[in-house]
Write a protein that binds this ligand. Sequence first.
Ligand SMILES: N[C@@H](CCC(=O)N[C@@H](CS)C(=O)NCC(=O)O)C(=O)O
Length: 455
Amino acid sequence: MTKAVALFLALLMTAVPLAGCTGDDTVDDDDTTGDDTELNAANERIIELEAQAEVDQARIVELEEMCCTLEEMAVQYQYGYNEGYEDGGDSWYEGWEQGYIDGLGDVTRVSTLDTIIARGSMKCGVKESQYGMGYLDAGTGVRSGLDISYCRAIAAAIGLNPDTDVEYIPASGSDRFDKLASGTIDVLIRTTTWTTSRDADLNADFAGMNFFDGQGILVREDAFPATSSGNSASALYGANICVGIGTTTEGNMVDWFSSRGIMFTSVPVADAAEATAKFIDGSCDAFTGDMSAMVAKKWQLDGDGSMNGVEIWIAQELLSKEPLAAVTRDYDSEWNEIVSWVWWGMVTAEEMGVTAANAADMAASACGGNDPSMCRLLTENLGLGTTDNPLAGDWMQAVLGAAGNYGEAYDDAFCDGTYDGVSGSAAMTGCLISRVGTLNALVSEGGIQYAPPMR
Ligand SMILES: N[C@@H](CCC(=O)N[C@@H](CS)C(=O)NCC(=O)O)C(=O)O
C-alpha cells in the first residue's frame, strides 16, 4: 500500500505543475528578443509535457479506480496484513508484503455476515470462567451469562438457530484480539473494555456496550483485615496483587496506586484459573479485575469452601471505567451494525415493554392497530444486513425469543430468572449483582442503558 500511495501522490505532484504549465502556454507575439529556434523548442517541450500530463492523468484515473475510496485502500491494507501474518513464514514483514500484493488483487470485501451465512454457524469468542458474564458449567456443559445471551441474540437476528448454530470459542485476556483479527472468531463478546487505543491500534471495532463495569479488588482478610483497612484499596501498601495479562486492569492498577503513592507488587497471571489458585494459596494478597468478576469470584469462593476458612472482602472503590462491549473487525460495517443494533434492540424492547413472551402478540396488535413504532421494531429490518443477506423483517422477534429484552437477559445472567421483563429493575429478585440504581438500569430509571431511535 505504501508503494501505491507514494506513486499516487508522486503522480499528483507531477500533475499540479503540469497543469500550471499548460495553462500558461501563450507566446508573446511582441517579443522580439527570442529567436524562432528557441520558440520552436519551447513549443515542442509544451506539447511533450501536455502529452505526459495526459498519460499521468490516465494513470491517476487508473489508480483511483483501483483504490476508489480511502476505506477500500485501508481494507486492502488490512487484507494484506492478515494474509501476510498468516503466511509469513520466517518473516511476518515479508509475508505482509506478499499478502499486500495478493490483497491488491482482491479488493472485494466480504462481510462477516455473508461468511457466517455461507458457513451456517457463527463463532463467538467468549469467557468460560466468569459467572454472570461468560460461564461454562463443567458438570452440565451449559453456558450462561450476559455475554452468552448476546451471542445467542445475534445468531437469532441473522436467522441462525441460537441453540445449535453458535460455536463458542474461549478467548483469553491476551489472545482475544488476535483471535478476532485472524478470523478464528466472528465476534468477540468477552467482558472487553472499549478503550481508545484498542479501537485505534487494533483490528477492532466496538459495538453494543452490554454492561457498564468498573475495576474492583478482592482482598484476603488474613493479609489486610477489612476493618483496619477501612474497606479501602488505599490500605493495600506492599500487597501482592494478581492481575490478568493483556487486560485494561494492569494499566488501571498502576495508574490508581502510583497516583496515590502506594507501593504494590503486580503478579501477572494468564487467566482467572491461575489468579484464583494464587489467591487461594496466598501468593497473592489480592486479585483485581472487573467488579462483576470480583463479585462473582467472591460468591464462588465463599460458596465452595476453597478459601479454607480465610475471609475475603471487596474494596469499596471502583478504580476505573470498564464499559464492556462486543467487538468486530475494522471495515466490516454491515456486521458491526448488526452486532450493535441487536444490543440496542434489546434495550429498546425493554423501553417499550416488549418481552420474549409477548413479542408475537405485540407485533400482531401493533401492526393491526395504530402503533407504528412498535410495528416497525417487530416487523421491519430497518435496512440491516447485506445485499445478499438482509435481516428478516421479524429479526427482533427472533432476538427476543433467543435472549429476551435487556432486563430479561440481565435477570437470567445475574438474578433468579423470574423477572417479567416489564416491571422495572426494582422488581428483579435474587440478584448476585443488583441492577437497580446502577449504570446498567435504563435511562428512565436513572441508569445509562439507552438506545438510539430504531426507525
Ligand atoms: N475488562 C477487562 C477484562 C479483564 C479480565 O478479563 N480480567 C480477567 C483477568 S484474570 C478476570 O478478571 N477474569 C475473571 C474471571 O474470568 O472470572 C479488559 O477488557 O481487559
